[in-house]
Design a protein around this ligand. Structure first.
Ligand SMILES: [Zn+2]
Length: 174
């Protein structure tokens, strides 16, 4: 089952009034800020969105988005793959007063009634918030090399006896 690309912009006010749902993919290339933080272009993200009005007549957008990105490992500088998943609940507001009046479980989404909502921008914002503070491989999975050669990426990792990090480790333990 192939999912269709989410539209660029939607009328979020109208969609909330009509309790509309959207489900689809969002191409990685539509998220420029995220693109600058990754080391390889990622695949599409999948998103589900629900627009509605709550019992207080507030307009809400809730949903989830998931996908994976390759970030640079802060230890070995090689790509490390992260699965990102974000669940969000946003209250649509058009001034600070409305934003302040939102209950604690709702994040404000600032949007004027005559403004259309840029879906990629909203989803990207949520994804940026779900990025790890510190990207790194699991301990032991780093591809730390003592000397860097450009075409030995497929070689097996250094054996124990000539790996200086192992030697250090055993010194620390004794
Ligand atoms: Zn690493």
């Amino acid at each position: 089952m192939s999912k269709s690309e989410l539209p660029e912009r939607v009328d979020a006010y109208k969609m909330a009034d009509q309790s509309s749902q959207l489900e689809g993919v969002i191409a990685f290339g539509r998220m420029k800020r995220l693109s600058e933080l990754v080391v390889e272009d990622g695949a599409d993200f999948e998103a589900q969105l629900q627009f509605e009005r709550d019992e207080e007549k507030r307009r809400l957008v809730s949903g989830s988005v998931s996908g994976s990105v390759a970030l640079e490992c802060q230890r070995c500088l090689q790509p490390v793959q992260y699965d990102l998943q974000s669940h969000f609940r946003l209250g649509i507001v058009y001034n600070d007063e409305m934003a302040r009046a939102l209950p604690g479980d709702l994040e404000p989404l600032m949007l004027l009634p005559d403004q259309s909502l840029d879906l990629a921008d909203m989803i990207e914002e949520e994804l940026l918030l779900s990025l790890p503070m510190y990207a790194a491989h699991e301990p032991g999975d780093c591809q730390i090399q003592t000397e860097f050669k450009p075409d030995d990426q497929d070689e097996s990792p250094a054996t124990e006896k000539d790996n200086p990090f192992k030697v250090l480790e055993s010194l620390k333990r004794s």
